[in-house]
Design a binder for this molecule. Structure first.
Ligand code: GLC
Length: 463
């Protein structure tokens, strides 16, 4: 009996010891730093970005011509030779980035991120280190330069997406994602394909290209590196920080553009400053609540893929897009919405319609998005609504996802907390009165006819 008790006690002690040990490892890990920036300095550096809340992602490359997913080379296991036709045919005769920039700005987006190179390896910019670039296509020019100039001219911040993966480069060694391993994942095939390939040379290629991107186009605000897929069981089948040389790469980036904001896909999770923001991809609005308190941006497509996909018909509705934007803001994060321009270099009619619908809503309601975040806990969320909050102006925004049929909205426990209430779209007063049924509640009387916005917003001036 006694020995049994002792055993239990000993194992409890062991458990506690182990817990303390793993906790201290966790703390040590969390504190590991690449640079020296403090939390306050980081917050300051990122302020324009967190205030913006809304950006435009643009995925554009040779895959726009295939028009069936930017991963087409992987999905169909195509060789460089088989893929070559998309390079030969690339002829964006309608490319006018000034139009893109104007559409983005009208939609209320404050920044843009364009694929300078996607996984296919093709570069939209005039890189000295490859021939696989826009200047050698029928476009005959540096398309990145025109993008940067156009977006800057509209007063927008500019960013580059750069793929760490490269399915065209001759030194890029095989992994489980490479198009050439899709039909045969045997060791023998990897060995055969890897002959003459040298990842160290590819790492240098990336450093060279990132140097070009961060020195030839003036100030660059965001760098969106994509992505890591380390494989613990069989490292040579995946890629992560060691294959990319992530630490050195990040140091280089910060040296070349000290103010730049970098995403979290370099596989540097063990460092406190290994990333500036998290990137939940294509998650549902329900999932966004768990990111509260972090710095994050959810990236979302209008339809299923990132690159132009002609026959993809599952486009998100205006309401779904608005929900993403409002729910991101109401959980303290950003939304970057993606457009995949066509092979001619235009936003197609579906993308244009979606952007126009956002422009219509943002024109009237953007104050409930910019500089906003989640509401203090002391404000309960009224039924059928979501809240956003501007701490600097002390305004609370009630987004009416369900418009009350009788025009009466109950604000639970709000009595005494509100100075004034109005509709945001036209600044027309909506009268609020204490509830007679429930002490502490306020009842707002809204127009019987719902204002012509999918999700109207009430602005509350807080006491
Ligand atoms: C994924 C995909 C890619 C897309 C990106 C955007 O990692 O590989 O096609 O560019 O997400 O978040």
């Amino acid at each position: 009996m006694l020995t049994c008790k002792r055993k239990v006690m000993m194992s409890k002690k062991l458990h506690i010891l182990l817990l303390i040990l793993s906790l201290s490892i966790f703390v040590a890990k969390a504190q590991k730093m690449i640079g020296t920036e403090t939390d306050a300095q980081k917050q300051q550096r990122m302020k324009w970005w967190t205030d913006s809340r809304f950006g435009m992602f643009i995925h554009w490359g040779l895959y726009a011509g295939a028009a069936r997913h930017e991963w087409v080379k992987h999905n169909e296991a195509l060789s460089n030779e088989q893929y070559q036709k998309y390079f030969d045919e690339f002829n964006p005769d309608m490319f006018e980035p000034q139009k893109w920039a104007k559409q983005a700005k009208a939609a209320g987006m404050k920044y843009a991120v364009l694929t300078s190179k996607h996984h296919e390896g093709f570069c939209l910019f005039d890189s000295k280190f490859t021939d696989y670039k826009a200047t050698n296509t029928q476009a005959k020019r540096d398309l990145i330069k025109e993008y940067v100039d156009a977006f800057k001219a509209q007063g927008m911040k500019v960013g580059f997406y750069y793929s760490l993966l490269d399915w065209h480069h001759p030194d890029y060694v095989m992994d489980d994602i490479h198009p050439l391993t899709q039909k045969d994942k045997s060791e023998a095939n990897y060995e055969r394909l890897n002959k003459g390939r040298d990842m160290a040379k590819y790492r240098q290629y990336m450093r060279n290209q990132i140097t070009e991107l961060l020195t030839h186009y003036g100030k660059i605000d965001i760098l969106w590196l994509d992505f890591s897929f380390p494989n613990k069981k069989d490292p040579k089948r995946g890629k992560g920080k060691d294959e990319w040389g992530s630490v050195e790469l990040l140091k280089l980036i910060r040296k070349l553009q000290p103010g730049i904001i970098v995403d979290n896909r370099l596989n540097l999770e063990e460092y406190k400053d290994g990333a500036d923001f998290e990137t939940p991809e294509q998650v549902s609005t329900k999932e966004l609540a768990k990111y509260r308190g972090k710095t994050w941006e959810t990236c979302q497509t209008f339809s299923g893929s990132w690159g132009y996909y002609r026959d993809e018909n599952t486009w998100k509705t205006h309401r779904q897009l608005l929900d993403l934007l409002i729910t991101s803001t109401s959980n303290g994060g950003n939304l970057i919405l993606n457009v995949g321009p066509t092979g001619r270099g235009e936003f197609d009619y579906r993308a244009t319609n979606a952007l126009d619908s956002m422009a219509y809503w943002m024109h009237a309601n953007s104050k409930a998005i910019y500089n906003c975040t989640y509401a203090p806990d002391s404000y309960a969320v009224p039924e059928g609504t979501k809240l956003t909050y501007n701490a600097a102006t002390k305004k609370l925004y009630v987004h009416l996802f369900t418009y009350p049929v009788d025009g009466k909205l109950t604000l639970p426990g709000y009595n005494g907390k509100i100075k004034y209430s109005e509709l945001l779209n036209d600044h027309s007063e909506v009268i609020n009165k204490p509830s007679t049924a429930n002490e502490g509640d306020l009842i707002v009387t809204l127009p019987k006819k719902k204002p012509l916005y999918e999700i109207p917003v009430i602005e509350l001036d807080l006491q």
